[in-house]
Design a binder for this molecule. Structure first.
Ligand code: SF4
Length: 352
């Protein structure tokens, strides 16, 4: 597990917390309206995310201050390549997810068993996490990641509000499966997003992820139009979401709805959890990278080392802006976020 801090040093009492975004109904039933599942829960029932349940007519979150992982990471690892490149960010996560991806690489925390949840002993206050973040040199703020932060909404917001009031940046790494009202509310406190687009195919979402495509596209549009920093990750799984025609449609949609400067990460799949399909061939990574580059200016392969195409190049004049190897980077022709050769803006968020 991704824990670089000794969480037991901070342990405090875990607590249930009344959940936000719900409708109360007759006979002590409640409907959770946080995400598009809109789970209808009778007393004692738990939502699809496994971490929100109806406690005698009150919707509660079971993981309010429960932390599964806390680690200082390069911001590139989120992945965010155009948000203060070369800096570090304290990354924090909990348990649970509102999707059920059969290939999940973090299934130990995203799909926790009752036993794991019952043994959750790492609980922190948001103030403790902020203090930790403040004490790390070169840290730009807090990233909510590892499991799905949507299902950790109340504690994420608590941390984000405090982090922003102290001048830190906040990042949300998410599957984008969230209803519009909670999204608009949390966007007030988040500076940058990385949203997974798992396929451009509703059948894939229904059968493999236990969700739907349309709400994710709505989230992308909402964030894209808000002016918040947005990067997108597309994990390429051979035989599942690598149909070239479908991917061309996806790229056209991104171009038309988000714009050509959206940052797109094409991530290589490796077998995990319930999936045993072989890793994505390097040739597929190359081919889909080329398709994406027909319309999107900034496309990066991930989980694979392909020298050259991992670099950031100015789309206008072709100058090498940043060379990349793994998570280490070296800036070349960039000042104040702009290409020094032609003046084009490359990084809106940049530290010289
Ligand atoms: S957040 Fe959980 S309980 Fe609420 S609608 Fe989504 S899956 Fe259901």
């Amino acid at each position: 597990m991704r824990v670089s801090h000794n969480l037991s040093n901070f342990t405090i009492k875990s607590r249930f917390m009344k959940a936000a975004f719900l409708e109360t109904l007759e006979n002590n039933k409640v409907r959770c309206t946080l995400c598009p599942h809109n789970c209808l829960l009778k007393p004692g029932e738990t939502g699809k995310c496994t971490v929100r349940h109806n406690n005698e007519g009150t919707l509660v979150t079971e993981t309010f201050n429960t932390v599964s992982a806390l680690s200082i990471d390069p911001v590139e690892k989120k992945p965010l390549y155009h948000f203060y490149p070369g800096t570090q960010i304290l990354s924090v996560g909990s348990f649970g997810c509102n999707m059920k991806c059969s290939f999940c690489q973090n299934h130990d925390i995203s799909q926790p068993t009752i036993d794991i949840l019952n043994r959750r002993k790492n609980t922190l206050s948001s103030r403790q996490i902020i203090l930790e973040a403040r004490g790390i040199d070169s840290n730009i703020g807090l990233a909510f990641t590892y499991n799905e932060p949507v299902v950790w909404y109340e504690f994420m917001k608590d941390m984000a509000v405090k982090a922003r009031s102290e001048g830190m940046s906040t990042v949300m790494v998410s599957n984008g499966y969230i209803n519009r009202d909670p999204l608009k509310e949390i966007m007030n406190y988040i500076n940058a997003f990385n949203i997974d687009l798992k396929a451009f195919n509703d059948n894939f979402y229904r059968e493999i992820a236990g969700a739907r495509l349309k709400p994710v596209l709505k989230t992308l549009i909402e964030i894209g139009r808000s002016g918040k920093h947005l990067e997108i990750t597309y994990l390429i799984i051979p035989g599942y979401n690598d149909n070239r025609n479908e991917f061309r449609d996806c790229i056209s949609w991104l171009h038309d709805n988000i714009g050509p400067d959206v940052v797109l990460h094409l991530s290589r799949y490796f077998p995990s959890y319930n999936f045993s399909a072989p890793p994505t061939p390097a040739s597929t990574m190359h081919e889909m990278h080329n398709i994406a580059k027909e319309k999107i200016n900034f496309v990066y392969p991930g989980n694979i080392n392909i020298p050259g195409i991992m670099d950031t190049v100015c789309p206008d004049c072709g100058s090498l802006i940043t060379s990349r190897s793994g998570y280490s980077i070296k800036h070349r022709n960039i000042e104040n976020g702009k290409c020094t050769d032609c003046g084009r803006l490359i990084y809106k968020y940049f530290r010289n």
